[in-house]
Write a protein that binds this ligand. Sequence first.
Ligand code: NAP
Ligand code: MG
Length: 485
Amino acid sequence: MTEAKTYVNYIGGEWKPCASGRTEGSVNPADAREVVGYVQLSDAADLNEAAAAAKAAAPAWRKLAAPARGDVLFRIANALERRLDEIAETMTREMGKTLPEAKGETARGVAILRYYAGEGMRKTGDVIPSTDSEALMFTTRAPLGVVGVISPWNFPVAIPIWKIAPALIYGNTVVFKPAQETAVTAAKVVECFHEAGLPAGVLNLVIGRGSAVGQAIIDHPDINGITFTGSEQTGKHVGQGALARGAKYQLEMGGKNPVVVLEDADLDLAVDATISGGLKSTGQKCTATSRVIVQSGVYESFRAKLVDKVKKLRVGNGLDASTWMGPCASQSQLNTVLDYIAKGKEEGAELLCGGGRVTEGELGNGFYVEPTVFDGVTRDMTIAREEIFGPVLALIKVDTVDEAIEAANDSRYGLSASIFTRNIGGMLNFVQNMDAGLVRINAESAGVELQAPFGGMKMSSSHSREQGQAAIEFYTAIKTVFVKA
Ligand code: NAP
Ligand code: MG
């Protein structure tokens, strides 16, 4: 193992350590003895410097024609594509997802950059007929100014990019605070922006804890918008802080995503999608399937097929080609998952498989947990209500389609939801009555396409949408212009 490097902040186009000089190791969850890199423990002083750099860079960046900003984004996409394998491997070592998943995510980052690069050539306004026949009335879009990006560790490449790329194309400059858990990966992504020749100060990286750097973003008077993805608790705090000083904000938070399996479903398809949607990335996707709501007529056969397959999944180091599921991303994540499993048993759910930490051989050095399925889960149990963010499936039995949809909606969250059925009536009922921002028919709950709007209902989001053309709504303000010669 080579000596771990130290990753520093990127402010005003310069790489520099934080003012306090404090660092900490970012640990490999597949083997906690390995430090992937040392990262900064910045505080408000560093953030203030970054915000000043972003503010200073804003007028020139905004003045650049949008297609020219698009050219820069195309170059960044190429830089990231050149380093795809290396950055994906860093991601696997830093947060545990398997290498194919990490490569897929990095390729997604490249595609997002290209998508928003193209947005630089597309329309941003409308002409609206005025009551005055001699006037021209139209809308145009203005950037917010400086945008603060606060991101989680579970998609350390895709989420920052789906926030930073639209911010930049619409003429904003950015201060980016990645999750401390995945700051090495974030630093490498920012290196690609630097290598591609992004002007100094347009994107600034400040590595540090949420309580220090994140809080400083919330409080900074020159940060005009904050885009956040993470937990509900932190999200509410970010939103309240932004609201208090009149900054625009956008929050994407938790999920408790259901899959509904009706009696006429293709059961093999439903089983595979439940496993993929619930357990890939060790269940650490905001869109991961968590509640499995199955109609009584097929309940036993679905359960048998599901458990049979889950028992065969290979848990291991994500760099190992034979691994299907990697470790939890951190010790605290592992502890949370094990606590929820204990709670499930305590409240009377029946453990069908998994439920424990994996400690055989080398795996004892990592934060591994078995893929877990609970039977006999009722809607009031903690494991049916709270986001676990781990590889745990809760089976819930229902009799009718209406009961299934009612159960699926019985949650404070509404991010994604899927249903398996061949019946058009059941599908339409679900499309119309399911309160979720993403509704998927005969497809797993996880899985989003970058060109389509993404976001949740209820406590899953601030009711805004990210990605696709929906992103323009957050990163710009509409100006209505009335012109009379
Ligand atoms: P988290 O603890 O809320 O952290 C998210 C980000 O907020 C991190 O960068 C964190 O910094 C920062 N932060 C923490 N405390 C803060 C504070 N007081 N002020 C400002 N920023 C603060 O969430 P997580 O554990 O990283 O991520 C898991 C959660 O994200 C899950 O709930 C999941 O559902 C959600 N998620 C949602 C989506 C979606 O699009 N809906 C997508 C992915 C994940 P540090 O951790 O570095 O200290
Ligand atoms: Mg780590």
